[in-house]
Design a protein around this ligand. Structure first.
Ligand code: ATP
Length: 347
């Protein structure tokens, strides 16, 4: 099995640094997701790994071999991109096995791999069609089929599910994970969708403006965000960042006398996930409910505490009236403290 090492990677377009000092390792047989908002440099990073763009500086190793200057064909990888680049004059079947023919894979082996890919992707009814006779989602599945039959040790995917509807995206996500595990593939997967990242990844590389904001397992990213950016990027609704101030005997929520902990509060933000807050009569932070949104399985409360607003998610449909006075509480480990200026989590 083959791993990937990225060392001090930089990519500059004219005067713009698209990728800045990026370092990470993808262990053999694992799936790493590059996650971040549009323009953060995740696609550029993937294209550098693929060899489709040249690095400004840094080193890329695949299977221990320095491939920084190697052409794409010498990197032994399969790729699936958002624009699936199918051959318009070839049928679905021909598109899927094209690469295998080029590499002179014997016919019976081609047939075996084709059948498996077609079964996984549900492409049976479309094998004879041309790409122009397929929906966007079907074309995307053909592109996935090409990557599956390649059985390359490394597979790079850039938003491969972007054109599928929600149900199919969910199913395909699971299939990609199953295939990756079953074949022991090393995979790097680009997405801006936090749910996709959290459900697929062994490791998430969260990027912002060309640099790595946090490198972690999905669990760590959720439970121990390193910065306010990471805290807000993962989770729906996003984590509350509540302004603190210096108060009598410790840090208080701005505009209240509710003491959160000993020591200074000025310049700090308290992070609390909406789903980790309990509501009741007696708690740590008295609030007034300003809005209630019923969702069925849960409800979202918008609460006011002094100068701060706090979103709370409660299970089920609970009859909580706008204007109610409640008190919020949470487990100690649910509270995160960040520096307001730098955004870094405080020890
Ligand atoms: P998206 O999800 O929108 O694709 P991304 O995180 O994948 O975003 P990149 O495509 O890696 O972002 O782009 C990173 C930055 O580099 C962007 O600001 C983009 O405009 C810039 N960029 C990308 N390719 C080029 C290029 N060929 N020339 C100049 N600038 C580029």
């Amino acid at each position: 099995m083959t791993g990937i090492e990225i060392v001090n990677l930089n990519k500059r377009w004219a005067t713009f640094d698209a990728v800045k000092d990026v370092n990470f390792t993808v262990e053999p047989g694992t799936l790493t997701v590059l996650l971040g908002p549009s323009g953060c440099g995740k696609s550029t990073t993937l294209r550098l790994i693929a060899g489709l763009d040249t690095v400004t500086s840094g080193t890329i190793r695949i299977g221990g071999r320095d491939v920084t200057d190697a052409p794409p064909a010498r990197r032994d990888l399969a790729m699936v991109f958002q624009s699936y680049a199918l051959f318009p004059h070839l049928s679905v079947e021909e598109n899927i096995v094209f690469g295998l023919k080029v590499r002179r894979v014997p016919a019976d082996e081609r047939r075996r791999r084709l059948n498996r890919a077609v079964e996984i992707l549900g492409l049976g009814p479309y094998l004879g069609r041309k790409p122009s006779q397929l929906s966007g989602g079907q074309q995307q599945r053909v592109a996935l089929g090409r990557a599956i039959v390649a059985e390359a040790p490394i597979c790079l995917m850039d938003e491969p599910l972007s054109n599928l509807d929600a149900q199919l995206r969910h199913d395909m996500r699971r299939e990609i994970r199953n295939i990756q595990r079953a074949l022991g593939m090393t995979m790097v997967y680009v997405t801006h969708d936090q749910i996709e990242a959290m459900s697929l990844a062994d490791q998430v590389i969260l990027m912002k403006a060309g640099h790595i904001e946090q490198k972690a397992t999905p669990e760590e990213l959720y439970l121990k965000p390193a910065t306010t950016f990471a805290a807000r990027f993962i989770g729906t609704p996003p984590m509350n960042l509540v302004g603190l101030a210096d108060g009598a005997g410790g840090a208080v929520v701005k505009g209240t006398a509710a003491r959160m902990f000993e020591g200074r509060g000025e310049g700090l933000l308290m992070g609390l996930r909406p789903e980790q807050i309990r509501v009741g009569e007696e708690g740590m932070l008295p609030v007034i409910v300003r809005n209630v949104e019923y969702h069925g399985a849960d409800s979202i409360l918008e609460c006011e505490a002094g100068e701060e607003n706090i979103t709370v998610r409660v299970d089920g449909v609970r009859p909580i009236a706008v204007g109610s006075r409640l008190s919020l509480s949470w487990e100690p480990e649910a509270m995160h403290v960040f520096d307001r200026e730098s955004g870094f989590v405080q020890p």
